[in-house]
Design a protein around this ligand. Structure first.
Ligand SMILES: *Cc1c(COP(=O)(O)O)cnc(C)c1O
Length: 364
């Protein structure tokens, strides 16, 4: 199969080194070898997530843990903060879990603001909220610190945060934020193949979970804690992924987290500059643009004089040149398109993409 390099916002390009790490010899998940592996990466994961809590490994994509958070932590009613395809879906998932749920919906491309959540929580109806930090479908980042600050006012409400497409690319300090669950799938900014998620829980979340009867088994947070204390997972994990995660974490710390964050800021700016140079505007509300992808406005928000192209044609032209970009998600497919700078991308690799994008634009 000819290699088409991924610049879609997940899964992202996986390096040969990471693929190599997947190929370590298999070991038993209850043996010392596995415990040593998990114990070795645990402090790195804790530093990455900014927590003293144990970080859990879930052999599932992010939705497993997102659904698990609902089943573990919602007894009264959950407030789902909705600003795009993934966050909107969480309301539906909450209801499918048989929970009382309500949404606070903003227009796609707008962030979730603390005031809107505050207003809803003040009704006293809710015991949990879900928030997507970086809504990947619209390329919009919500102000997490501002929202997490509400926790002081509502200490009994569980704050569940999806950082699927921002974790490792921007700093997110779990303990400092004071939230209750932080989760990510690893096929986004971690640049691993799909199939593994990482998450952590506050002591309050673990206590709350212990009181809920219908939390199931595979995503039972109490089981994750009990097992993690012994450097294990509740069920057989994808051990190859965990080897690869270990390899990736070594890379993160060799680069330095601050350098990694500034690299993502820089490569993201390259995409924004490219879009501006070609007369496009960005889809997200100004000031809330994602740092891990660029969601280009291609007519979804009419702006006088702004460039609009045939997004599927652009996508095809770029693909013929060996790069896959995203043609827009859900109801904004075609009227936006998305370019990812997540993972291992550098100024040089972004320039290679940008050169092909420039050539394709000349043909439109
Ligand atoms: C990709 C993504 C998900 C869903 O991840 P799956 O791997 O499909 O489970 C959830 N939230 C965000 C913000 C995402 O970008």
């Amino acid at each position: 199969m000819a290699h088409v390099k991924l610049h879609i916002p997940g899964p992202v390009e996986v390096s040969p080194k990471t693929f190599q790490a997947l190929c370590n010899p298999m070991i038993g998940h209850r043996g010392q070898g596995f415990k040593d592996l998990y114990a070795r990466i645990q402090p790195q994961l804790q530093t990455l997530l900014g927590t003293n809590q144990l970080v859990y490994l879930s052999t599932s994509s992010a939705w497993g843990v997102m659904e698990g958070a609902i089943r573990n932590l919602v007894s009264k009613k959950v407030l789902n903060c909705m600003c795009g395809a993934f966050s909107d879906k969480w309301l539906d998932v909450s209801r499918r879990c048989g929970k009382e749920a309500d949404g606070v919906q903003v227009e796609w491309g707008s962030p979730i603001r603390a005031e809107a959540i505050d207003q809803k929580l003040s009704t006293g109806q809710f015991d949990a909220i879900t928030l997507i930090h970086n809504e990947t479908s619209t390329g919009t980042m919500s102000p997490l610190a501002e929202i997490a600050a509400l926790k002081v006012k509502y200490p009994d409400v569980m704050f569940i945060v999806d950082a699927v497409s921002s974790m490792t690319a921007v700093p997110i300090g779990f303990d400092t934020l004071g939230i209750d669950v932080l989760l990510a799938g690893t096929q986004k900014a971690f640049a691993l193949p799909p199939g593994l998620s990482v998450f952590t829980c506050s002591p309050a979340a673990l206590s709350k979970a212990a009181t809920l009867k219908d939390r199931g088994y595979y995503f039972d947070f109490v089981e994750f804690q009990k097992n993690a204390e012994q450097h294990m997972t509740p069920s057989t994990p994808s051990i190859p992924h965990i080897y690869a995660l270990g390899s990736k974490l070594d890379e993160f710390f060799a680069e330095g987290l601050e350098n990694r964050y500034s690299r993502h800021r820089h490569t993201n700016q390259q995409l924004r500059d490219w879009a501006t140079r070609h007369g496009f505007t960005l889809f997200p509300e100004a000031g809330y643009e994602s740092l891990t992808l660029c969601c280009v406005n291609n007519g979804a928000k009419p702006v006088a004089g702004a460039r609009v192209v045939d997004a599927s044609k652009l996508q095809k032209l770029v693909k013929d040149r060996g790069f896959l970009i995203d043609g827009g998600y859900g109801k904004i497919k075609g009227t936006t398109f998305r370019l990812s700078n997540m993972g291992d991308e550098t100024p040089e690799t972004m320039n290679a993409l940008i050169a092909e994008l420039d050539q394709a634009m000349a043909l439109l």
